[in-house]
Design a protein around this ligand. Structure first.
Ligand SMILES: C[S@@+](CC[C@H](N)C(=O)[O-])C[C@H]1O[C@@H](n2cnc3c(N)ncnc32)[C@H](O)[C@@H]1O
Length: 181
């Protein structure tokens, strides 16, 4: 998918509406702990770090780990809640990650979707929606966007449950290594 540049308008919208929330953070912390044993000194690279909320979360969860954030957009870097954040361009797909690490003896162990609550209700999601903060919403037409928002608001009248999104967790492991090595 084509990507947006995350200029100042996009970056401000992203920073105000899409930082990692407490619910999502709890589920991701548990998911990471299942496959990794973070120890002081361990290095972690956050590619496409945006405004740094994941880098900050990892630093808070696992004291002593060394998190480096990498982000190409100056507007996102300017708003980063984590330092250091370096200018850089490298956000590979799952296939590219697998190919890059295969040469070093890493194989895919699992690819799971970790669910996270991103809004307590559709109503809250609709009220907090900022088009500038979402790449796919900027790549559709104004008419498509308006129709989608209308459908969302209509659904919010009857559907009161939480909004649950899922992000991918890809785990690679080198031959002979275990979860807690
Ligand atoms: C949807 S945001 C997610 C930001 C952050 N990872 C988060 O979850 O809060 C995607 C970020 O990836 C960055 N990005 C886009 N293309 C990239 C590339 N080729 N290399 C590194 N980052 C990239 C964008 O500038 C943007 O900040």
């Amino acid at each position: 998918m084509a990507r947006i540049a995350y200029d100042h308008t996009d970056a401000a919208a992203f920073a105000s509406t899409r930082h990692l929330g407490d619910d999502g953070a709890g589920q991701w912390r548990a998911a990471v702990k299942r496959v990794l044993d973070p120890r002081p000194g361990m290095r972690l690279l956050d590619l496409g770090a945006g405004t740094g909320s994941w880098s900050r979360a990892f630093s808070d969860w696992f004291p002593g780990i060394d998190v480096t954030a990498v982000e190409p957009s100056p507007a996102m870097r300017e708003r980063s809640v984590h330092q250091p954040v370096l200018a850089g361009d490298a956000a590979p797909s799952v296939g590219q990650v697998e190919a890059a690490f295969a040469g070093e003896g890493f194989a895919t162990v699992s690819l799971e979707q970790v669910p996270q609550i991103t809004a307590v209700s559709l109503r809250q999601a609709a009220d907090g929606l900022r088009r500038e903060a979402h790449t796919p919403l900027q790549l559709i037409t104004d008419e498509e966007y308006s129709a989608g928002v209308e459908r969302l608001r209509h659904a919010a009248l009857t559907d009161t449950g939480p909004v649950i999104d899922a992000l991918d967790l890809l785990v690679l492991r080198r031959d002979g290594s275990s979860t807690h090595e």
